[in-house]
Design a protein around this ligand. Sequence first.
Ligand SMILES: Cc1cc2nc3c(=O)[nH]c(=O)nc-3n(C[C@H](O)[C@H](O)[C@H](O)COP(=O)(O)OP(=O)(O)OC[C@H]3O[C@@H](n4cnc5c(N)ncnc54)[C@H](O)[C@@H]3O)c2cc1C
Length: 369
Amino acid sequence: MNTAAQPPVGEKVRCLACGEVFDASISVCPVCGASGEWLALYVPETNAFRRESEEIFLIVGGGIAAVSAAEAIRERNRLCSIVLFSEEAVLPYNRPMLTKAMFDSLAEEALAIHPRSWYEEHGIYLMLSKRVVSLLPEERELVTDDGAHFHYDKCILATGASCFIPPIEGTGLAGVVAIRSVTDAAAAARRAEAGQNAVVIGGGVLGLEAAWALKKAGCHVTVLENSPRLMMRNLDAAASALLQAAVEESGVAVVYSAQTDKINGTETVESVTLRDGTVLPADLVVVSCGVRANTALAQSAGIETGRAVVVDEHMETNLRGVYACGDCAEFRGVNRAVWPVAAEMGACAGANAAGEAAVYAEHPVPFTF
Ligand SMILES: Cc1cc2nc3c(=O)[nH]c(=O)nc-3n(C[C@H](O)[C@H](O)[C@H](O)COP(=O)(O)OP(=O)(O)OC[C@H]3O[C@@H](n4cnc5c(N)ncnc54)[C@H](O)[C@@H]3O)c2cc1C
């Protein structure tokens, strides 16, 4: 008999490490893995702002920024139409779990931010497997990859980011992956059989997470880090040494100051050559060299971009009525590209698109990977 007290149905908790809010029946944060004292009862802020209208809100993107924006709009306007376009085929999901749960279930329902019924209950229409290819500001229209045009009154860009692939020969070979989507994670997991050699290019947080997942799956894993120590930009020397010791103890090998020269193979990857001539056998190569904001759609519509889409404190771009949020957006020259910030930017963009005058306040972002 299960005697553990169950929380009341519908009760939510907030993760104090990463800010994620989720059902209290889940004991481990689905975003960062924190548990126990890191989870506090969540009391939702009540927002009094309402503006009922029959406006059409189109949201481009299928990540947490898009979902947070959609939710914020619906909280303020029960009559409007909200359509969310995602080029991915699955429900918006907890992207951080891709490297943390690479060999657990990558099934849609296991990773989804909300079940399909949530979108139905909130009147948020999902257009999955639909890529938006242009934004026509004069016409106030979006065009999808099948040539269809959709009118908007307000538009929110939440197009996220893509993995940066350095210009190394051989990155197009089968068995070379960069993990951004559930399809990428599944492709990596499929190739990673016990006893195989995996090379991870990039010793940042996501590279190390992928390395650890591959190690647990029984692969021989080597991480190539181009700095002389791990996470030089985030950790001081002492903290970096602690991390290095933990990584080495886990059985993952790290090559420091590594310069990747070439990935070798005919159709499928076979090895990786370093500039010093070292050749590492490889059945799988994971490229983890950072991300670049997806700005092409905004740029081609004449929206101001820097490293990412430039937004003001209301998450509005220089094109009135068009907002941007999450990994695709930069505020005051900074593009954080982490989950809790994407969620907050999305909620702020949605609130403002719905007519409120919400101001985005930056909080210190805990390192929650
Ligand atoms: C493997 C991995 C692990 C991570 N771990 C952590 C972590 O532990 N902690 C943390 O804070 N952050 C983590 N992150 C970062 C975090 O996932 C992102 O900051 C967050 O997902 C950004 O959300 P977003 O909605 O802005 O963009 P995304 O999640 O990138 O979503 C954008 C969506 O829009 C779609 N899209 C793009 N362009 C178009 C278009 N033209 N038409 C239609 N659809 C389009 C994309 O396919 C995608 O589905 C991790 C990221 C990865 C990849």
